[in-house]
Design a protein around this ligand. Structure first.
Ligand code: S3P
Length: 441
């Protein structure tokens, strides 16, 4: 269904950040593998995370929602995972499917994984190849994609591996397989990716060694370790907050306080880039959750200037390029992004989706193989476009944010995917003063 965002002058208010998607997947998976009863609070109840919960339940864990955001999980522990009676449907989620492929690999079970049109077009070779080297077996669709059937093994071998792409999903998949492998599994990352798995595994009692050398990181895990049930409080999602923050920054009288946001250098690249562009951002430390620091963040209406985004920031803002592109469209001067080829294999080809989102709203943008260059409109983005969202939640939300500050309303062709990562997006945006309505006005 189409939705339209009509320009407003005020985006103001205070909101609690929704639970982090990456941490929500990991909390469910680790609790489902652990011995005993875990409690999770603040879980993001988006479609992607619910699919992970259903998959881990089908693999043998007991998973129940207690109250909103509170979940109780009794893990399989020593009993181990079992073959599911039905296909595991991951919907739109690359994270759920790739991490759980790692978990399945170490058990003598067989499972078929399926997903929606977007997920079925995404590359799975990046996890299939190292898992095959460890001893798992696969029958995949052409191009090594979903649907696929995986057969795990109780005699997995540890490997030492340098993923060809910067990917936390690949690293996390191999850490989960490594938990059940004989020997020490090592993952070498030329540029460190988000490290929530390492932190949360430690919370569940597992020893994970990490050594850093500049931007590079080596992570290793010894097989045969057991997880102990935990209470996990899921920290707030900086990627979801980035959408609200953008709306406040672009609004003439904008002001947002976002509470309980996870502060992690592997995730905060978008805020660092925004500061370089001149955004007024404040942060105050408030505590810890799931081994992560929490902060309250403030964002004020700001005039932005285009930048060349440093390549070194790319892994820590990999999900934020659609919203960064919107912000750059409103800035004065040119913004250049390079070294972000991975955007081609996200929920959509995000480079191509960003180009058409901006062009149909009157913004001058040029595409390159691994990025794009945007000529900022100095505040005056024409808008008025109908944006093709291509099954991509982040394109959908970015386009609606553009509509809050453009000269004309912006419409998206389909809002359904937003529920995969930010089910309360519409309520939160409306609470801040956005004017979102179904259909095209
Ligand atoms: C994620 C890792 C990233 C990111 C995705 C979530 C994770 O994907 O884009 O939204 O939770 O590990 P890649 O591993 O493909 O970079």
């Amino acid at each position: 269904m189409r939705w339209t965002s009509t320009p407003v002058s005020d985006i103001r208010g205070t909101l609690k950040a929704p639970g982090d998607k990456s941490c929500s997947h990991r909390a469910l998976i680790l609790a489902a593998l652990a011995e005993g009863r875990s409690e999770i609070s603040g879980l993001l109840e988006g479609d992607d995370v619910r699919n992970t919960a259903s998959a881990m339940a089908a693999l043998g864990a007991d998973i129940d929602q207690d109250t909103a955001g509170q979940w109780i999980v009794t893990g399989v522990g020593k009993k181990g995972l079992r073959s599911p009676a039905q296909d595991l449907d991951f919907g739109n989620s690359g994270t759920g499917s790739r991490l759980i492929m790692g978990a399945i690999a170490g058990y003598p079970i067989k499972a078929t994984l399926v997903g929606d049109e977007s997920l079925s077009s995404r590359p799975m070779a990046r996890v299939i190849e190292p898992l095959q080297r460890m001893g798992a077996r696969f029958e995949a669709s052409p191009g090594l994609r979903l649907p696929l059937t995986e057969e795990g093994s109780s005699r997995l071998r540890a490997i030492s591996y340098t993923p060809p792409h910067a990917s936390a999903q690949v690293k996390s998949c191999l850490l989960l397989a490594g938990l059940r492998a004989e020997g020490v599994t090592e993952i070498h990352e030329p540029r460190q990716t988000r490290d929530h798995s390492e932190r949360m595994l430690r919370g569940f009692g597992v020893t994970v060694d990490v050594s850093r050398n500049g931007a590079a990181s080596n992570v290793s895990i010894e097989g045969g370790q057991s997880l102990i049930a935990q209470r996990t409080d899921v920290p707030g999602d900086p990627s979801s907050v980035a959408f609200l923050a953008a709306a406040a920054i672009l609004s003439p009288r904008g002001g947002l306080l976002a509470e309980g946001v996870m502060s992690n250098p592997t995730r905060d690249g978008v805020f660092r880039a925004l500061e370089m562009m001149g955004a007024r951002i404040g942060a105050e430390e408030t505590g810890l959750a799931a081994g992560e620091r929490l902060i309250d963040m403030s964002f004020e209406s700001s005039e932005l200037t285009g930048i060349a985004v440093p390549d070194a920031l790319v892994p820590s803002m990999i999900d934020e390029f659609p919203i960064l592109a919107v912000l750059a469209a409103f800035a004065s001067g040119e913004t250049r992004v390079s070294g972000a080829r991975e955007l081609r294999v996200k929920e959509s080809d995000r480079i191509s989706a960003i180009i058409s989102m901006l062009r149909c709203n009157g913004v001058d943008v040029e595409e390159s193989d691994d990025g794009f260059t945007i000529q900022g409109c100095g505040g005056a983005v024409p808008g008025g476009g109908l944006v093709e969202t291509r099954h991509d939640h982040r394109i959908a939300m970015s386009a609606l944010i553009m509509g809050t500050a453009a000269q004309n309303p912006v419409t998206i062709d389909d809002a359904s995917m937003i529920a995969t990562s930010y089910p309360n997006f519409f309520q939160d945006m409306q609470a801040l003063g956005a004017n979102l309505s179904p259909g095209r006005t």
